[in-house]
Unconditional design. Structure first.
Length: 532
């Protein structure tokens, strides 16, 4: 087994266990809520319409949007809770609908016969109606199972580990074997659980116990195999916590060895969904683990979800950019120069949210508009202001977040770019699309190594419509009280320049190196390219 495949299998117990811990309870919860509601809807025609309408409307919300909404509803909490609630909502409609359909499909003569022999309404429900409706209800549970197991892969952006971690990371790094690996196990899990529920459906229809016991055995094996590593890890953590003295993010351990002053501490590091963030998240992880800490990196997260998680202490630290905080958090329209912006951002975060801005890493990664050098030379385009005469025949691609950001609105209005056709796509495909002449322009990142590798021209921004984007280390309110952590991070400031970050990104995006290799490259002083 090659090293890459071994690494994928090494992560499988955690991701599969996380997937099951989300999907199975959501399905069970959906059954426990939807079946009683289906019975209520069957008995009460007045409630039937509103119940089905609410369930149907919830189902129309795109799953990734529902996950983000749950994070907002829970006050910025990330991880298991918002993902579980969103999956629970998605599981309810097919079960509710099939429960109602199954009960309505029971022959009225059977109900009348039950009443004729003296059965109460409750006895009729439990001994006649539900047994006869059970095959239809199980068909609804089967549908819900397929939906929920598939949608669980989308829990990664809200910080809940699942098989989706393979898919999102693979797409981000254009590592297709990793994408296929995650898809394969997600499909395999769906098929196994679907088959188990199908056996229960057969057992209910044919009144046979054999298929039911076989289904129970399948479910037991899958759950035991998938959840055992997670449960054992939780048990070990609980045991070590009980045996170790209590600690918090605000306490300091005696620094007997300065190189190991974070021994016994756990930190959660956040990262957004593009290569540079994955590298920087791993870089922080390696720095802290070299000092004895235990770390967990939650990647592929959106800007607002990540910031809300930080201010609510759901994560301990991550790297953001001054321009992002300036526009999305502080809601400022007009950019200012780099140093004043950094000072204003740091002060605002500390005063308003208790977040500590440790400082700048030394490089700026600003948004930029880029196009193929050959096309730019042919059309005589050097700056953004040269674009308007050509916009009718141009398409601008950008990550979906970009076109909703104030920066784009400002650039569009300042340079009169209303006539350009915009197309949202993941950054994974954006650079390839402009290289292959599928789009004319992209909203790139100034430290992305693919700009040079694909021979793209960065268009000048003489109006300085794009704000500065200095990379900064942010600590949550709780982590900011950890003096040992702050002392560990201070030597990292002003240590990475734009060329170094661009080279690290190039290692991953163009040369296909691993994130861990790029992170080690940043740790070298001075940085040296990994041996080829």
């Amino acid at each position: 087994m090659n090293e890459a495949l071994h690494e994928l299998f090494e992560k499988l117990p955690d991701y599969l266990g996380g997937h099951l811990l989300l999907a199975v309870p959501a399905i069970i919860g959906g059954v426990l809520l939807s079946v009683p509601l289906g019975i209520l809807a069957h008995r009460n025609a007045t409630l039937r319409g509103p119940l089905m309408t609410v369930a149907s409307l919830a189902q129309t919300i795109p799953s990734i949007a529902l996950l983000a909404i749950m994070v907002a509803v829970l006050g910025g909490t990330i991880g298991y809770r918002p993902a579980f609630i969103a999956l629970l909502v998605y599981s309810m409609l097919p079960i509710l609908r099939n429960t109602l359909t199954g009960l309505q499909g029971v022959d009225p003569a059977m109900t009348e016969a039950a009443r004729g022999v003296g059965m109460t309404a409750r006895q009729t429900l439990w001994q006649v109606q539900l047994p006869l409706a059970l095959p239809v209800i199980l068909a609804g549970i089967r549908t819900a199972t397929v939906w929920v197991v598939g949608i669980t892969t989308l829990s990664t952006p809200v910080g809940a580990p699942s098989l989706g971690n393979y898919i999102f990371s693979g797409l981000q790094l254009r590592d297709w074997p990793q994408v296929y690996f995650g898809c394969f196990f997600a499909m395999a899990l769906t098929l196994v659980l679907d088959r188990a529920v199908r056996l229960l459906e057969i057992a209910a229809t044919r009144r046979r116990r054999g298929p039911a016991w076989f289904a129970v055995a399948i479910l037991a094996i899958v759950l035991a195999g998938g959840l055992a590593p997670a449960l054992l890890s939780a048990f070990d953590s609980l045991r070590s916590t009980r045996s170790a003295p209590g600690r918090s993010a605000g306490t300091s351990l005696p620094p007997t060895d300065p190189a190991k002053r974070l021994v016994g501490r756990d930190y959660t590091i956040g990262a957004k969904g593009f290569t540079e963030q994955a590298i920087l998240g791993e870089w922080l992880s390696q720095v802290l683990e070299d000092r004895g800490a235990e770390t967990k990196v939650l990647g592929n997260m959106g800007s607002t979800i990540l910031f809300d998680a930080l201010r609510n202490d759901s994560i301990d630290l991550y790297i953001d950019y001054t321009g992002t905080i300036w526009t999305t958090v502080m809601k400022r329209d007009k950019p200012i120069r780099r140093v004043p912006m950094f000072v204003d951002v740091a002060g605002h975060l500390r005063n308003e949210f208790g977040i500590l801005c440790v400082g700048r890493l030394g490089f700026e990664n600003t948004y930029c508009l880029a196009m193929r050098r050959q096309q730019a030379d042919r059309l005589g385009i050097r700056q953004i202001g040269d674009l308007p005469p050509h916009l009718a025949r141009m398409t601008l691609a950008g990550d979906p977040e970009f076109f909703g950001r104030p920066e784009w609105i400002r650039v569009r209005d300042r340079y009169n770019l209303d006539g350009v056709k915009t197309q949202g796509m993941d950054a994974t495909f954006m650079y390839q699309a402009v290289r292959d002449d599928q789009v004319d322009l992209i909203s790139g990142f100034s430290t992305d190594g693919r700009l040079a590798a694909y021979d793209l021209t960065l268009l000048e921004d003489p109006e300085q419509a794009f704000p500065p984007y200095d990379a900064i280390i942010l600590l949550s309110p709780a982590a900011s009280r950890d003096s040992a952590l702050v002392r560990t991070l201070l030597p990292l400031l002003n240590q990475i320049d734009g060329d170094t970050m661009r080279r690290a990104n190039l290692l991953v995006d163009v040369e296909g190196r691993r994130i861990s290799e790029a992170a080690r490259f940043l740790l070298e002083d001075p940085p040296k390219d990994p041996e080829r």
